[in-house]
Structure formats: structure tokens, C-alpha cells
Design a protein around this ligand. Structure first.
Ligand code: ADP
Ligand code: MG
Length: 758
């Protein structure tokens, strides 16, 4: 009897699952064992929790010889997915962690950047749900948390690719997208959710029926980042809604070992798998790392020179703050270095952000300016050649993740770190963390200076000046806020030089440094810090990236005018920037009641002040005392009176003429209105037609002596010339002012009727 194909499939799947289960059980690696270890372990029977128990017959880990995916106890569907995605041989972290993960253990995995941690958790997620026979009706079975949207999208792609033959439903749930309602409708039917903590929490709190009580696996990629302060609240809220009985995976290149963190996640005897702990370096072996000591004011010159000499490379440039990224990107773009430039930061619109990320993935040569939003986990398809850190990273961890964007998997890469002389101590800290970085001095002779170009650019594009100021201020804030005062010391920076290097004409006043910053004269006292505001965190992008709701305002629209705004709001960053010459505090306005009023000051030819009538006075015997001659005084007043009289008559004449012209115009208007209504109210246009405009113009020419041109002309001519002019006009027929009212009306009517006939 032939059985239906579906039934057959189910049976074969059932038998495959039972086979896999017994295989996994039989081969279950001992806790604490590592198949990569070449030293024989104590006998399996006597191995203690950490694999250190005593025993007579040493043995190798059961997975010691296993280095292909095909040798693992995983489903055919996953194996096929791996094969089609071109994954055959396992990387170290995969070899070490997969046997434990498949056996159902919690994992704390640590391995260098680019070493394949994603597959180390994606495969066990798929397998767990497969063996538990999950279907879309079963609801949420696994959640994978990523600290950045692009990383979540990238992980989702890997999941889709490897899990292509499974029948699970999966969703990418990330912030900055408008389709929340759509997500709400289907999120509960998703077996696997990949997303950022903020958005997933949003659904846990706000989506009716969203039920994670059957969750089997929770994954924290870049676990130390998700466990740190920025995500703390969200993560705690998420965990509180998840069942305690589950499998949990934590992966990162810089793994947490904090007992507190592990307690928060209720891990049960996790396997701590750190495959590169014994490695000589904490960074990929194919990575060549260099640091250059360069004064702050020459950093942009250095960056510009670097870009100009690497026009065929794919480069990621890290800067401390979003405002720096925006300024450097926009300014350099205007200077056209000869290589495509792009930028990525947390406040970009989600669509644009994703487009930038995907575009950069495809590029062979390009420069991506970004904040630390691009520092974790991202794997840009085509290899990145260079990672340039213009600003010193916050700590060694951050350094490892930033440089980890290059030299991924088996490819090589290079990194360049620019440090100011006061930050040189960072090198020792990196060495202490097994990071092989060599230091060189900057060769300033071959430097291509960009500061001058920037200054010119800022004059041409005032909005860039504002951006430069924001970059300046946010950078100093980031230095000020950093807790590692051994490295980050704002008092050691040449702040005027830095301002000039951004092309700024004057050093903006930095309110959080209590006095005008001038060379090295700044106060580094913590009390100088302004009251903390959330916007500061946004600027520095140190807070949770997921909360950066897409809000990319047109950069061109940013308010340059705010520079001139005197309002000083303590919490308003914008108020920090004021040209150094500005008096910040409004002085109390004092009125001196004893001050003499109405004094007229007259200056002599040498610029000395004289009493009002001194010019018409004479000095007696060279004495400084002025005596006013009576006749001269009379003469002075007479002249003034005459002058005033003359001006007065002219004014009256002019005024009369203006009024007459105004009356004529009004009359003409009325007349025209009458004609239009008489000739037919069939004129459909409400707006003045071209003809009407023409007519108005014509009327102006004919009758308007009050048009601006005429006015100007009049102002420029002296009165005598004006009279002559008037006489001339009287002689010329058809010129305004010389016709009688009747004549003017007749002419207007004639013109009007001829136009309507046309
Ligand atoms: P990590 O998370 O450790 O930084 P990823 O998981 O992002 O590293 O992997 C880095 C790169 O290595 C990716 O391009 C990925 O496709 C590739 N990769 C991972 N595992 C394998 C493998 N077993 N075989 C071939 N390529 C792999
Ligand atoms: Mg990763």
C-alpha cells in the first residue's frame, strides 16, 4: 500500500529526529571539554564538572576529529542549507561550541571578531526547533537579540540562508520601521524572532496575545554589549517575560564573565568556550595594526591625506560622535576626494541607514564614516581593506570591535589608529590586552592639508559652519565624559588649534569648560560639567542604539540661525556654542538719572569735540574759552531758516503732486472696473491674466510717476533739474503728468478697448 508523500515525510522526519537524539546523547561531550584541545583529557568516567577530575586512562574529546558540518548530528535540512550557503568546514568556535549547544547546554562563547560566531548559534537554534517539531502554529520558539539593526538584519539573512529548507516562520523585528501594526498581527506566529531589544520589548509590552511562554532558546549576540548599561532596562524587562527553563547562548569577541550578568540570565552551568584564550593575539591574525601619534589639530589633515592616497580601497572611518561623522562626511564630500563617500549613524532614517549599509557591502572602493553604531558584528560582504579610527576608542574592547570590521574569516586587513600625544598611553593598554599594534610618528611633510580648504568651504556654505561647531563641541564633550582620565584629558588638547582645523574662524565658547578655552588653559574639574541631558548621549551615540528612532532631519535645514540666538537654556546643547566674543550674561541695565540728557556733540576737523555753537564762536587771546559773536549767530540761524523754508515748499509741492497722481490712478481703476463689467462679466479669470499684467505695467508707464524708478530719479536730481524736467514733460504729449485728466482717461480707454479687441 502506497502512503501519501506527506505522511511518508513525517515518518522519515520522525525517524531522523529520533536518530539525531540518540546520536547526540551517545556522543554528548563532557562538560568542560574542548574538541580543539590536543592534549588528552582524563578518562571520561572520572571527568569532573570542569573536566579536571583524576583518571587513569586519558581520552580525547569525542568530537576531536570532527571538523566538517556534515559530521555533526544535525538535520538533513540544515546540512543542505549549509552546503548551499557554501559552508563546509567549521571554524574553531563552531567546532568547540556546536557539540555542547546541540546537547542542550547554555553557552558563553568568546572568539575573535570574524571567526564565525553567527553559525555557532544559528545552527543549534534551527536544530532545537526541528527536534522539538516546531511549526508556525507553535508560536515563538527562539529569540535572537542583536545590539544594532544592521547586525540583526545580517543575522536574519544568515538564518534565512542556512534554514532555507526548514518550515519555520521567522521575522526581523527592528526599530525605526513604521510597520508596527503589521508586525503585531503576525509576531505571535513567528517561530524565530531576530531583532533589537527595544522593538522586541515594544511587542512584549504592547502586542496583545504575544506569548513567549514556550520559548526554547534565547540568544544574545554581542552579549557584553547587550548586557551593558545602555540595554540594561530593556533586557531585564524582556527576560522577566521569558520562561526560566530555556537554553541561553551568549556570544561575543569580548565576552562578559560577570557572575552578576550570568545570574541575571539565569544560566545553568554554562559552558565557557573561549577558543582564542590561548592565542597570542586578541585580534585576527590577518590584521595589521598601526597607530600614529598626531596632534588633534592635524587629525583631519591626516585623514584627508590617507583617503587621497587610498582611492582604490574600501575604508571604514570611525569618529566619536554623530555630529563629527556628519560634518566630516559632508565637508569631505564637497571637497570631492575622488572616491565614493557615505556615512552611517544612529539618527539616520531607517530606510536610508539600511540602504547605506547594503550599498557599502557591495562597494569595492568606498569610504564609510560612522560612529560606534557600525562597530559591532557587521560583516560587509566584500572585504574591507582599512579601518581608520580618527578618534581614540573608549576602551580596548571598543578598539577590538572596530578593527574587527576588517580581516574577517580568512581574509587580511589593516587598521590605523590616530592618537593625540596625550592619548599615547592607550598603546600600552592595547598591548596589555594582547593586541599587536605598532606605533609610528606622523610624517607631516607629505601631509595634504585640508584645514584651509575647510575654512573656505565654511565661508561658502554657512550651514557647514554650524555643523563644524557641533562636531567641535560634541567631540570635547565625549572626551570630558570619558571616565578614563588617564587617556582622555581635555586640558591637554589644543582647543583653538582643533577649532581651526575644522575650518572654524573663531573658537566656539565651550560652556562646560568653565572659562574661555584658550590653548591649554581649560579647567578639567568635573564640576564644570553641565547637567546631564539625554541629548548628550544621543550626540555621542553611547546610549542604546535601538532607541534611535529614525529621525533624520534634512541636514540642510539645520538652523544656522540658532547661532545668533541669545537664549541660554541649561539643557540645550545649542546654547553651548557662542562665538567667543559674545557677552554671555546679560548685564543689568542701569539708568543713570544724573547723566545729562540731550547734549549735542560737535566735532572739529581734527575730530575733537566742541560745544554746539563753538564753530561760530571765536577764542579770546588764544584762550580756550569760546565767545559767541552775536552777528555770526544771527547769520547762522537765518541761513538755517531759509534752508528749511525752501525744503518745506518743495515737500509740499511734491506731496500735492503725489496725491493728485494717486487720485488719478484710483479713478482709472474704477473706470477700468466699470468697463470690464460692462463689456461682459464672462471673463472667467479671477487671477490677473497676462494681459492684465501687461495692462498694469502699461498704466504704470503712462501714468505712474510714483513708480520706484521715477522716485529714484527724482531723488538723484537737484531741484533745478527737476523743474526743467517738468517743463520738458509738459512739451511731450503722452508722457504722464503733462496730460489733463480727461486726456488721460481717454487714452486709457483707447488702450483698454484695443487690448480687449486683440
Ligand atoms: P563573528 O560573528 O565571529 O564576527 P561571523 O559569524 O559574522 O563572525 O562570520 C564572519 C565571516 O565568516 C562571515 O562572512 C561568514 O560568512 C564567514 N564564515 C563563518 N563561518 C564560516 C565557515 N564555517 N566557513 C566559511 N565561512 C564562514
Ligand atoms: Mg558576530
Amino acid at each position: 500500500m502506497r502512503r501519501p508523500a506527506r505522511h511518508q515525510n513525517r515518518l522519515s522526519e520522525e525517524s531522523e529526529i529520533s536518530l539525531l537524539n540518540s546520536w547526540i546523547q551517545a556522543q554528548k561531550p563532557d562538560s568542560g571539554t574542548n574538541p580543539l584541545s590536543l592534549t588528552p583529557l582524563p578518562s571520561a568516567a572520572s571527568v569532573g564538572r570542569l573536566g579536571l577530575g583524576g583518571g587513569d586512562t586519558p581520552s580525547f574529546s569525542r568530537y576531536s576529529g570532527v571538523n566538517l558540518f556534515s559530521q555533526l548530528p544535525i538535520s538533513r535540512k540544515t546540512k543542505n542549507g549549509l552546503k548551499q550557503s557554501k559552508y563546509f568546514e567549521m571554524t574553531d568556535i563552531q567546532r568547540a561550541s556546536l557539540p555542547h549547544a546541540l546537547a542542550g547546554r547554555d553557552i558563553l562563547g568568546a572568539a575573535k571578531t570574524g571567526s564565525g560566531k553567527t553559525l555557532a548559534f544559528v545552527i543549534p537554534v534551527l536544530e532545537k526547533l526541528f527536534r522539538d517539531r516546531y511549526t508556525p502554529e507553535c508560536g515563538v520558539g527562539a529569540i535572537i537579540l542583536c545590539p544594532a539593526r544592521e547586525l540583526a538584519a545580517q543575522t536574519f539573512e544568515v538564518l534565512k540562508s542556512v534554514g532555507r529548507h526548514h518550515n519555520f516562520s521567522a521575522a526581523l523585528i527592528i526599530g525605526g520601521r513604521k510597520e508596527v501594526d503589521l508586525e503585531k498581527e503576525c509576531v505571535n506566529n513567528m517561530n524565530i524572532i531576530v531583532g533589537t531589544p527595544g522593538r522586541i520589548l515594544q511587542h512584549l509590552n504592547g502586542t496583545v496575545n504575544f506569548d513567549c511562554s514556550e520559548l526554547q532558546v534565547l540568544v544574545l549576540d554581542e552579549a557584553d554589549r547587550i548586557l551593558d548599561e545602555g540595554f540594561k532596562k530593556d533586557l531585564n524587562a524582556i527576560i522577566s517575560q521569558l520562561p526560566k527553563k530555556r537554553q541561553t547562548f551568549l556570544f561575543s569577541a569580548t565576552q562578559t564573565k560577570s557572575v552578576k550578568d550570568l545570574a541575571r540570565l539565569s544560566l545553568k552551568d554554562p559552558e565557557y568556550i573561549s577558543v582564542h584564550e590561548e592565542s597570542v593575539t586578541a585580534t585576527p591574525t590577518g590584521l595589521k595594526q598601526t597607530a600614529i601619534i598626531v596632534p588633534l589639530e592635524e587629525k583631519l589633515d591626516m585623514l584627508w591625506s590617507f583617503i587621497k592616497t587610498h582611492l582604490n580601497s574600501k575604508i571604514i572611518v570611525f569618529l566619536s560622535t554623530r555630529k563629527q561623522v556628519i560634518f566630516v562626511f559632508e565637508a569631505f564630500k564637497k571637497l570631492r576626494p575622488g572616491i565614493p563617500l557615505t556615512c552611517l549613524h544612529g539618527r539616520m532614517h531607517q530606510m536610508k541607514r539600511m540602504a547605506v549599509y547594503m550599498q557599502f557591502c557591495e562597494e569595492d572602493r568606498s569610504v564609510l564614516f560612522c560612529t560606534d553604531v557600525g562597530s559591532r558584528g557587521l560583516d560587509f560582504n566584500k572585504a574591507v581593506h582599512w579601518v581608520v579610527q580618527v578618534d581614540c576608542p573608549d576602551d580596548t574592547k571598543s578598539y577590538i570591535h572596530r578593527v574587527g570590521r576588517t580581516a574577517r574569516y580568512k581574509s587580511g586587513g589593516q587598521s590605523l589608529l590616530l592618537l593625540t600625544p596625550s592619548e599615547e598611553i592607550m598603546i600600552a593598554k592595547l598591548h596589555a590586552q594582547k593586541i599587536p599594534i605598532r606605533t609610528t610618528k606622523a610624517n607631516t611633510e607629505r601631509l595634504q592639508r585640508v584645514s584651509g580648504l575647510l575654512a573656505a568651504l565654511l565661508v561658502k556654505f554657512p550651514y557647514l559652519q554650524y555643523k563644524a561647531q557641533r562636531a567641535f563641541i560634541t567631540y570635547l564633550k565625549s572626551i570630558k565624559k570619558n571616565k578614563d582620565k588617564e587617556i582622555f584629558d581635555v586640558t591637554k588638547l589644543d582647543i583653538d588649534g582643533f577649532s581651526a582645523s575644522l575650518g572654524l574662524p573663531i573658537t566656539p565658547k565651550v560652556r562646560f569648560l568653565n572659562k574661555k578655552v584658550n590653548g591649554n588653559e581649560v579647567s578639567g574639574k568635573s564640576s564644570d560639567l553641565e547637567p546631564e541631558s539625554s541629548s548628550e548621549d544621543d550626540e555621542l551615540e553611547l546610549s542604546e542604539e535601538d532607541h534611535d528612532i529614525g529621525n533624520f532631519k534634512g541636514e540642510e535645514v539645520e538652523k544656522v540661525s540658532l547661532l545668533g540666538d541669545d537664549t541660554t537654556n541649561e539643557n540645550d546643547d545649542l546654547a553651548d556654542i557662542t562665538p567667543a566674543t559674545r557677552v554671555l550674561k546679560k548685564k543689568k541695565l542701569k539708568i543713570n538719572v544724573h547723566r545729562p540728557v540731550g547734549t549735542r556733540v560737535v566735532f572739529d576737523e581734527e575730530g575733537n569735540t566742541l560745544p554746539p555753537l563753538a564753530r561760530v564762536a571765536h577764542t579770546e587771546n588764544g584762550n580756550d574759552k569760546f565767545l559767541v559773536d552775536k552777528d555770526k549767530r544771527e547769520e547762522f540761524y537765518r541761513k538755517h531758516r531759509e534752508g528749511l523754508k525752501q525744503v518745506d515748499t518743495e515737500d509740499k509741492l511734491l506731496d500735492r503732486q503725489r496725491r493728485r497722481e494717486k487720485r488719478t490712478k484710483e479713478k482709472m481703476k474704477r473706470k477700468r472696473g466699470n468697463i470690464e463689467s460692462e463689456e461682459g462679466s464672462d471673463s472667467e479669470q479671477d487671477d490677473p491674466s497676462e494681459e492684465e499684467v501687461y495692462w498694469n505695467k502699461k498704466a504704470k508707464i503712462c501714468f505712474g510717476s510714483s513708480d520706484s524708478e521715477g522716485e529714484e530719479e527724482k531723488d538723484n536730481k537737484n531741484k533745478g533739474e527737476e523743474k526743467e524736467d517738468r517743463k520738458e514733460r509738459k512739451r511731450e504729449p503722452g508722457v504722464g503728468g503733462s496730460l489733463s485728466l480727461e486726456e488721460q482717461e481717454a487714452l486709457a480707454l483707447k488702450l483698454l478697448s484695443s487690448m480687449h479687441k486683440k
